[in-house]
Design a protein around this ligand. Structure first.
Ligand SMILES: [Zn+2]
Ligand SMILES: [Zn+2]
Length: 359
């Protein structure tokens, strides 16, 4: 697309005129895992979110299925690079090149710009331009406001690569404030019980704390040791999380009627059994599926997701207005079907190696 300020067609899917620029699939392609995986951007000579160690990686965000160890060079936002260093140490990339949001850069023949994706701290969509053709790789994203990261910014493009973690019409996440309200209500109902909430260490943990603070909850939030480093990293990036304390420093009595956050894997193990009569909660988009909550022994499911739900996915496809849509990461078929019905050229990208670490 030559002029980014040109308004995109409205309403039902735009018809694609014969292109005067290279077709997106001619220069951005899914890459087999044995050659690095993720997307290969040929004229730039780099992979996006490769699953194996490569020469040159551009990384959308710090979750472990996207930010893998051992690359020779990594380009990402300063936030994502900090997360990679915290999680991968020496393996975070031999050469790390920070690129702040919005700053244009040329890599090989390709223009690269990082734009907020609203998923977790540092998360970015990768805006790629080559010979007048623009492809946006959104990584993981959501559209509802998150006090811990910048909001998703729609960028008009020729091909939009979207996730589809919750790509079924049954997935409609309720308002976050209602879910946090359920937790606060349970605390008043059971003031003698600890409330242990399963949260992923990167993103969900800090967002839940920020949502609690926004709802006026100013008591200490107690943390399982595995959650502390990422909370410190968020704080160092200017995200205010209030009074946080290590749960190990508390006595059993201290934790009555308190919020204790824990990695999901620990909500049912002996770590949580030392808490006073815990109410087991879990904050995840999957809590919409009752079966999953039951399987994990979750008494208080909280449907809070860092991924777009069905309405956010379809709204985003309309907002971005790309005639071409590549769907990855989850339930591709329903979204491809919906988009095709709206006149978009849509297809599923078979990318291997992406499991939702954080939902
Ligand atoms: Zn993610
Ligand atoms: Zn992901």
């Amino acid at each position: 697309m030559a002029d980014p300020s040109t308004p995109r067609p409205e309403g039902p899917g735009p018809a694609s005129p014969p292109p005067a620029y290279p077709r997106p699939e001619s220069w951005v392609r899914p890459c087999p895992p044995e050659q690095g995986g993720g997307l290969w951007v040929e004229p730039g000579g780099f992979h996006i979110d490769p699953v194996r160690a490569v020469e040159r990686a551009v990384v959308t965000h710090g979750h472990s299925d996207h930010a893998r160890p051992g690359h020779a060079r990594v380009l990402a936002t300063p936030g994502t690079l900090a997360i990679m260093r915290a999680r991968l140490g020496e393996q975070a990339g031999a050469v790390q090149q920070p690129l702040p949001y919005g700053e244009p850069l040329r890599v090989g023949e390709v223009g690269v710009r990082l734009v907020p994706a609203g998923h977790v701290l540092g998360s970015a969509q990768i805006v790629l331009e080559w010979r007048g053709s623009r492809v946006v790789v959104s990584g993981d994203y959501k559209r509802r406001p998150d006090p811990t990261c910048l909001p998703f910014e729609p960028v008009p493009c020729d091909a939009f690569v979207t996730e589809a973690t919750f790509g079924l019409p049954v997935f409609r996440h309720p308002p976050d404030a209602d879910e946090v309200g359920k937790l606060l209500h349970s605390l008043t109902l059971f003031p003698e019980r600890a409330h242990v909430v399963g949260v992923y260490a990167l993103g969900k943990c800090q967002r839940l704390i920020a949502l609690l603070r926004r709802a006026g909850y100013d008591r200490p939030v107690w943390l399982h040791g595995a959650l502390i480093p990422m909370c410190e990293l968020y704080r160092a990036h200017g995200v205010d999380l209030g009074d946080l304390r290590p749960a190990t420093a508390a006595t059993r009595e201290d934790l009555r009627g308190q919020v204790v956050l824990s990695p999901p894997s620990a909500i049912q193990d002996k770590w949580s059994r030392r808490l006073p009569d815990p109410v087991v909660a879990y904050a995840s988009g999957w809590m919409r599926v009752r079966q999953r909550a039951r399987q994990r022994g979750v008494e208080l499911p909280l449907v809070i997701s860092d991924h777009a739900d069905w309405d956010e996915l379809t709204a985003t496809i309309r907002d971005v207005g790309a005639p071409e849509l590549w769907v990855t990461h989850g339930r591709e078929e329903a979204l491809v079907h919906w988009a095709s019905g709206q006149g978009y050229r849509a297809r599923a990208l078979a990318l291997i190696g992406f499991e939702d670490e954080d939902v």
